[in-house]
Design a protein around this ligand. Structure first.
Ligand code: RIB
Length: 332
């Protein structure tokens, strides 16, 4: 069946194609109500679907934003993506999700794809050494907002972040005040500034309490598997341990499985603290105590900020920082 065009509607309505175009693109202030209604009724009756590519070539807008995420299977990213999509549709934008698995070549391929698709802007959660990805966006004048993961471009970019170091300070203070001193720390991926910020918070606060011991620091990668691996390492190399602080909830959940399988009781024998406050943390058994990031709000604000930038609206602050807070549950 032939696709209905504006010319078909014009012929049926007995008006010019230009009139139909003005009515359908709401540039119809000089057109009578009668003609406007006739055109709109016909477009509906004939199931007319606007050609978005043709429209975007004329308006230089596609009404679409791209979202680049490192790992859609991690509930932190799927929750933040959900918040962005909710806000985008409220503001009349469609979204294109790109999952990079934190692989830089995949990330750069998606950046090129989004640029070629003429997206109006990009919300970018970097997978690692993503400087080149950001340079491509800047070189193509694509508005973007960095979220969660800071990338140093030697310029102040639009960004939405949690206060990571302060979040870890809160976590250690909480554990210390409950009598925990031998607190192991499982790091995030080493190629992320955010992992260094969280480690910095751990080292600063452990030194402040005079209980720092670098043997209590273990490698991690933000995955459940990574949490399992790190916890087995901790049990193998450390005799006495009071608590384990994981740099994200996914690793903490993996770690709890290992502790329980090895006969430890949580929290009686070992306390566990995570970071994120993903939804499953509350329903997991035992329920996970964690340093909560305001995930939904971060996603919502990043979308609002990007669309303000796209529209050229006045922006108060180029960077928005969110406080974290300790959510106390059963594992501590
Ligand atoms: O759980 C995923 C982690 O990666 C979170 O801590 C978030 O901050 C992201 O960077």
């Amino acid at each position: 069946m032939k696709k209905v065009t504006m010319l078909d509607i014009a012929k049926m309505a007995g008006v010019s194609k230009a009139t139909v175009s003005m009515v359908l693109s709401k540039r119809d202030h000089s057109i009578s109500e009668e003609t406007k209604n006739k055109v709109l009724d016909l477009a509906k009756e004939m199931n007319y679907i606007p050609n978005s590519l043709a429209r975007s070539l004329s308006t230089k807008r596609t009404g679409t934003i791209g979202i680049i995420l490192p790992d859609i299977t991690n509930p932190f990213f799927s929750s933040i993506a959900r918040a962005i999509e909710d806000e985008a549709s409220l503001l009349g934008y469609n979204v294109i999700f790109c999952n990079t698995d934190s692989e830089i070549n995949k990330e750069e391929k998606y950046i090129k794809l989004l640029i070629s698709k003429l997206v109006d802007g990009v919300i970018f959660i970097a997978g690692g050494e993503s400087e080149n990805s950001v340079i491509m966006l800047k070189n193509n004048n694509v508005p973007f907002v960095l979220v969660d993961r800071y990338i140093d471009t030697h310029e102040e970019e639009y960004g939405v972040y949690a206060l990571n170091k302060e979040g870890v300070l809160q976590g250690i203070e909480y554990l210390y005040n409950k009598g925990n001193e031998r607190i192991a720390f499982v790091k995030g991926p080493k190629n992320l500034e955010l992992s260094r910020q969280r480690l910095d918070g751990y080292e600063y606060s452990m030194n402040k309490y005079g209980i720092y011991n670098k043997k209590l620091i273990f490698e991690g990668d933000f995955t459940i598997e990574g949490g399992i691996k790190a916890t087995k390492e901790i049990l193998k190399s450390i005799d006495e341990i009071d608590a384990i602080f994981y740099s994200n909830d996914a690793m903490a959940l993996g770690g709890i499985k290992v502790l329980l399988k090895n006969g430890f009781k949580v929290p009686e024998d070992i306390r566990v603290l995570g970071f994120d406050n993903i939804e499953i943390s509350e329903i997991f058994e035992p329920e996970l105590t964690t340093v909560a990031q305001p995930i939904y709000e971060m996603g919502k604000q990043s979308c609002k900020l990007l669309i303000d930038v796209i529209k050229g609206n006045k922006v108060e602050n180029k960077q928005i920082y969110f406080q974290t807070k300790v959510i106390v549950r059963e594992t501590s």
